[in-house]
Design a protein around this ligand. Structure first.
Ligand SMILES: [Zn+2]
Length: 222
């Protein structure tokens, strides 16, 4: 395997530590993948390996049908969903899946998280939508993710009764979306407990989103 794959394995391995750092995962329930630039391949967490034991060498390589191409372990049980997203969405360079607590609590109720925070307008451009109930195995989860996120600004979807899938131009961007999704899920939940969160006008959401996506920050770091 070439140096690009080796580098991506290191990146994706390190990003799993971020899932732990931001308290998005329990046991081994969460995974990050990254598309190999210029090739019909992606790297993903091996199934059932604890985050402490993950090494770049243990990260496995799959083709876009989810078949194992290189690695000593079986790929994550969510590999089919990741593979479906890479096949259907060529602009996606990274996919993350978690059962993070607050976001999954919204998913369990099948309710989209309304856009009531400027940080949500910035990052998600509106509500965080709910995808269909789908059983693991086959393409149902992948189909549900793509059907929900296509034509939507949000890089994250709450799969009903399940958890979060997030996408990004890179694996790091997808991890950021997963972290932000849990953050706003928590805040909007608390706001709901205190009363009724105030909506943000669509024109203001559009303006915030446009500014954040196009003006804010160091472009090279995103
Ligand atoms: Zn899951």
């Amino acid at each position: 395997m070439n140096s690009r794959v080796r580098e991506l394995k290191e990146t994706v391995c390190a990003l799993h530590a971020e899932l732990v750092r931001y308290d998005l995962v329990a046991w081994t329930a969460g995974n990050v993948s990254g598309r190999v630039p210029g090739e019909d391949l992606f790297v993903i967490k091996p199934s059932g390996v604890s985050y402490d034991d993950l090494t770049p060498e243990s990260i496995v390589v799959c083709d876009l049908d989810g078949n194992l191409v290189e690695g000593d372990y079986a790929p994550s049980s969510d590999t089919a969903a990741h593979a479906y997203v890479y096949r259907a969405m060529p602009h996606v360079g990274g996919v993350v899946h978690t059962h993070s607590t607050y976001a999954s609590a919204w998913a369990a109720r099948g309710e989209a998280i309304p856009c009531v925070l400027t940080a949500m307008a910035d990052e998600f451009g509106g509500e965080i939508p709910v995808g269909p109930f789908a059983l693991i195995g086959g393409d149902d989860i992948g189909k549900g993710i793509v059907a929900t996120l296509e034509g939507h600004r949000s890089p994250a979807v709450l799969m009903q009764n399940h958890g979060v899938f997030s996408i990004g131009a890179s694996a790091k961007a997808a991890v950021k979306a997963a972290v932000m999704c849990e953050d706003v899920a928590r805040t909007v939940h608390i706001s709901r407990q205190l009363g009724t969160p105030l909506p943000i006008a669509q024109a203001d959401i559009d303006s915030l989103y446009d500014r954040y996506q196009n003006v804010y920050g160091q472009r090279s770091s995103r």
